[in-house]
Design a protein around this ligand. Structure first.
Ligand SMILES: Nc1ncnc2c1ncn2[C@@H]1O[C@H](COP(=O)(O)OP(=O)(O)OP(=O)(O)O)[C@@H](O)[C@H]1O
Length: 388
C-alpha cells in the first residue's frame, strides 16, 4: 500500500493552504512579540523584578484574573525580557516556569526544580524533607560558583494548594535568593494559605481584568495577520469572535479558539473565505468537543444518570431527585447504584457545570425538593452520549 502521508490530497493541502498562512500563532502556547492591552501589568511585574538586576531578591508577586486574561502570557513575556536584561548586565538569574497541573505536590515541584538546576532527585521515593534539603543545599553551598537568583513562576497554583496545602510557598519563600510569582484564577486564593505564609507574600498583587470586545479584536487582529492569508477573513469574523468571547468572561483563549476553528471549518469545506457562519459553527464545535471530553472521562453510572436527565428534559418534566432515580433505574436496570449514591453523582455533575440544582420549598409541611436542570445543549449532549 502506498504511504497515506504521500496521498495527493494531503500533499496538495500541505503545499498550499488557501486559508492559513501559518497556524502556529493561533496555538495557546504561542507567545506573541507584543501583548496588547497588558503594558500596565507587564510594567508592574518588571517594577518588582527589576531589583534582581541590583542583586537583590525581588518581592513575591501574585497575579489574579479569570481564565484567558493573559496572566501566563504576561509572566512569560516579562521572563524573556528579564533574562535578556540579566544577560546584558551579567547577573545570574534563572526563571523557572512550573504549571501546577503537571506538578501537583510540593515534592514534585521541588524535585523538578532540583532537576532543572542540575541536581538529580528521583520523582518519588525520597521523603519530602530530603528533597527540600537537597534543594536548599544548592543555595547554601553556593553550588553554582556564584550567587544565583531564582524566580519560580507557579501557574495555576490553586490546584497545588488545594491538593497539597501551602507547604510549597513556605519552602520557597523561606529559602534565600528565591522569589515566587504565583498565578491564580481566584481573588480569594489567600484563603487557601496559612497566615505564616501570607506574611511573606508581601501583598504584591496584580489584577488582570477580563478583556472587552474591542480589546479582544485588537488581540485577534494581531494574530490574524500572522496566521491567515490576506483577504480570507470576512470583515465581520473578528468582531463576532470578539463579541462572543467577551460574553464568555473576556477570555482571549476562547476568542483564539473560535477564530482557529472557524478557519479550519472553512478549509475543510474548501471555502475561499472564512465567514460569520463558520464562526457560529465553530462555537458549536468547541462546545461539542468540550462536552465530549468531559463525558469521556465520566464513569459509566454517571453517564447513565445523564442519559436519564436528558430523557426527562426532553419529556419536558420537572426533574426531582426521586423522579430522576426512577428514570435512572430504568436505564441502568440491575447494576443501578443506591439512591444515596445518586446525590454524589449529582454533585459531581454540577461541579463539572453540566447540570445545576436548585432547592425549592413546596410550601408549609411539604418539605423541600431538589430540582435538577441540564446546563448544556440537549442536542450536543445527546450526540456526545451516543458517540463515546
Ligand atoms: N494581550 C494579549 N495579546 C496577545 N495575546 C494574548 C493576550 N492576552 C492573552 N493572549 C493569548 O490568549 C491565550 C490565553 O492567555 P493566557 O494563557 O496568558 O491566559 P491566562 O490568564 O494565563 O489563563 P488561565 O488562567 O486559563 O491559564 C494565550 O494564547 C495568549 O497568548
Amino acid at each position: 500500500m502506498s504511504n497515506i502521508f504521500e496521498d495527493e490530497s494531503l500533499v496538495g493541502s500541505r503545499r498550499k493552504n488557501p486559508i492559513f498562512k501559518d497556524k502556529k500563532p493561533l496555538d495557546h502556547r504561542f507567545l506573541p512579540d507584543k501583548l496588547v492591552h497588558r503594558d500596565e501589568q507587564i510594567r508592574q511585574i518588571a517594577k518588582y523584578w527589576v531589583d534582581v538586576l541590583d542583586n537583590v531578591t525581588p518581592s513575591n508577586v501574585t497575579l489574579y484574573g479569570k481564565t484567558g486574561t493573559g496572566k501566563t502570557a504576561a509572566s512569560k513575556f516579562a521572563r524573556e525580557q528579564l533574562i535578556e536584561a540579566a544577560n546584558n548586565e551579567n547577573v545570574f538569574v534563572k526563571i523557572e516556569y512550573i504549571r501546577c497541573t503537571d506538578y501537583t505536590t510540593e515534592y514534585q515541584v521541588i524535585a523538578e526544580l532540583c532537576n532543572r538546576l542540575g541536581r538529580d532527585v528521583p520523582n518519588r521515593g525520597w521523603t519530602k524533607a530530603e528533597v527540600v534539603n537537597a534543594f536548599r543545599e544548592l543555595f547554601r553551598t553556593n553550588a553554582f560558583g556564584r550567587k544565583l537568583h531564582l524566580i519560580v513562576i507557579l501557574d495555576e497554583i490553586d490546584i497545588l494548594l488545594e491538593k497539597d496545602g501551602d507547604g510549597i510557598l513556605y519552602t520557597l519563600t523561606r529559602t534565600d535568593n528565591i522569589s515566587v510569582l504565583s498565578i491564580s484564577n481566584y481573588l480569594d486564593f489567600k484563603n487557601l494559605i496559612n497566615s505564616r505564609v501570607t506574611s511573606s507574600l508581601n501583598d504584591k498583587e496584580i489584577v488582570f481584568p477580563p478583556y472587552g470586545a474591542n480589546q479582544l479584536s485588537d488581540i485577534l487582529n494581531e494574530r490574524a495577520l500572522l496566521s491567515f492569508n490576506d483577504g480570507v477573513l470576512d470583515s465581520d469574523v473578528i468582531p463576532l469572535c470578539s463579541a462572543m468571547a467577551a460574553k464568555e468572561e473576556g477570555d482571549a483563549r476562547y476568542a483564539l479558539d473560535l477564530l482557529k476553528n472557524a478557519g479550519e471549518l472553512a478549509f475543510d469545506e474548501d471555502s475561499e473565505k472564512v465567514t460569520s457562519d463558520h464562526v457560529r459553527r465553530a462555537k458549536d464545535r468547541i462546545e461539542h468537543n468540550k462536552v465530549s471530553e468531559i463525558l469521556s472521562t465520566l464513569p459509566l453510572q454517571q453517564q447513565r444518570l445523564l442519559e436519564a436527565i436528558l430523557t426527562l428534559t426532553k419529556q419536558g418534566e420537572e426533574i426531582t431527585s426521586g423522579k430522576l432515580y426512577e428514570a435512572y433505574s430504568d436505564v441502568s436496570k440491575s447494576d443501578a447504584v443506591t439512591y444515596r449514591r445518586i446525590f454524589d453523582f449529582i454533585n459531581d455533575l454540577e461541579l463539572l457545570g453540566i447540570i445545576s440544582t436548585n432547592t425549592v420549598s413546596r410550601g408549609r409541611g411539604k418539605g423541600r425538593t431538589n430540582i435538577i436542570k441540564l446546563q448544556c445543549d440537549e442536542v450536543l449532549l445527546e450526540t456526545a452520549l451516543y458517540t463515546i
